[in-house]
Design a protein around this ligand. Sequence first.
Ligand code: CA
Ligand code: CA
Length: 564
Amino acid sequence: MRSITIGAGLLAAWLASDAALAQTAEQLKNDHNTPGDVLTYGMGYSHQRFSPLTRINRDNVKRLVPAWAYSMADNNGQQSHALVMDGVMYITDHAKTVALDALTGKQIWKSVIEYPPETTRVVCCGIVNRGAALFEGKLFRTTLDAHVIALDIKTGKEIWRTKSADPKDGYSMTVAPLVANGVVIAGVAGAEYGHRGYLEGYDPQTGKVLWRTWTVPAPGEKGSETWPGDSWKTGGGSTWLTGSYDPELDLVYWGTGNPAPWNPLGRKGDNLYTNSILAIRPKTGEIVWYYQTTPGDPFDYDGVNELVQAELPINGQMRKVVMQAHRNGFFYVLDRTNGKLLAANKFVKVNWADSIDLETGRPVWSAETKSVFEKGPGHKVRIWPALVGGKNWAPMSYSPITRLAYVNSADFGWDYEALPLEEVAKLKPGVTPYFGVKREYVFDHPDGRGHLRAIDPLTGKSKWAIPFKSPNMAGTLVTAGGVVFTGRLTGEFMAVDAETGKILWEFNLGAGTVGQPVTLEHNGKQYVTITSGSSGPYVQRVGDPNLANVPPGGMVWTFKLFED
Ligand code: CA
Ligand code: CA
C-alpha cells in the first residue's frame, strides 16, 4: 500500500500501523488529538501548539538527549514547522523540501527549488520558508519567488506549480500554506516593497486559483474610502503568516500586515484591511468579519501574528475565542464567531496607544502618536514597542491546562521620525524598501531585550517572565507534561516549567534558533524536534553584540529521553 522503500525496520513497522493515509480532511481536523503525527502548521487547526503528551515532563526533561540531527546544508534562517506523517518528517527551507525518517533523521528524498537570484532583493527579513501543508498525498509549499507548488509526498516530485505574483512587483512568499475545507490557502510578503496584499485559495488537485481576496480594496469597493488618492495601489497589507481554522464555524482566521509605506503622511486614514484579523470563508475567500487592530499604523506593527483559538471562561460563560499577541504590544481576545473584541491589554511596555476602547474596538492614540500626524515630517518621537514588535512572528503556544499563553516578547523601543513626502515619493515599489522614516532602536529595559512570558490572555499580565539579553525569535511549544520548549538566538534549546518559569534543561544547538518546536510520540516514546540556523531583521540589522560569536548553519534536531 505504501511505496516508500527505505528499508529501515522501525519506519517500516510504523508505516504498517494504522496511521497510514493520515492526510484526509477528517485527520487534519483531528490533528491536535493524534500525538503520533503532526499534520498541520500550529500542531492543530487551532494553532495552540499544545501537546497532550506527558512522557517527557517537568520531572524528567533534564534527561533529554539528541536522538539524531540532520544538516540542512544552508546558512540561511531555518524557520520550518516540521510535519510528521506515517513516520516521515517533512522540512522546508528557501531552496528545498526534504523528507526524513522521523526516527533516525535519514534522508528519504530531497526536492530542490530554484528561483532567480534577484528575488532576494525584495526579501526584507530573511531568506526563509516556514513550512508545508499536507493533503491527500500531496505536500504544498510556497517559494521565495511567489509560486505555490504541490509535491508528491512519496517521491518529492513536483505535481503542479502556480505562479501567484512577480517578485519585480515586490511580492515574495515564505508562508506555510493552510488546507481548509479542501482549499489550499497561501498569502504573500512584501509590504516593505510597496506591494498590494492579498490572500489566495488554490485547487489542491490542479493548482488553479479559486479566489483572490485583496487586503487593500480598489476604488469603489468597501473600505476604499480609508485610502486617499492612489495610496491603495502600494498599500501593503501582506499575509505572510499562516492562518488558523475553525472547521465547525468553517472560518479561517488570517492576520494582515502593515500598511505601506511605513510613513503614514501620504495615506492618512484607517487603511483597511491592513493590520486586521480577517475571518474568511475558505471555499470562496469571502471576508465574513474583520477587526482592525492598528488603523493608519505609522510603526510597522505588522498584524500578521498567529491567531490562536481557545475556549475561555468570560463572565461565567465559556466563549469561543481567537487570540493574538500583537506586534503593537497588546494581547487581543475576540469572540471568534463574530469578531467582537473581549479583551485587549498591554503585555509589554507600550506608548503608541493609551488603551483599546472595548466598545468601539479602536485604539486610543497617545500624545506621541497624535504628534506624528499633527507635527508631520521632521518630528521625532520615542515609541514602544519598536517595529520588531512586542512580539515578532515566532508563534506563541497556549495551554488549556494552565490557561496561559507562552510568548517570546521583545522589550525595546525606537526613535521614529517621518520623512517629508518628497522623500517618500522617491520610493519605488518592488525596488526600494518602502519605509520613508528615520529610525533608531532604544534599549532601555533593565533586565534585557526580551523575555519568555507566561501571559494571562484576559489581562495581558505575565504570571512569570524570564529575562534574556537578546530577545528570543523562536516559537514556543507547551505540553501536558508541564513543559514549555523554546530556543534562543545564542543557540540554546530550552525546556521551562510551564507553571513556574524555571529553566529545567538546555542544549546548545550549535547555531542560533528561529525555529518552531514540535513534539510527537511513537511506540510510547516522545520526541521533540526543532531547527537551528538563525536570521531575521533582529539578527541581520540590529547589531546585537551578544550574537557576534554565534555561527550560522541549519540543522534539524530531534530529542528524546536518555535510554528511552
Ligand atoms: Ca496529530
Ligand atoms: Ca512589515
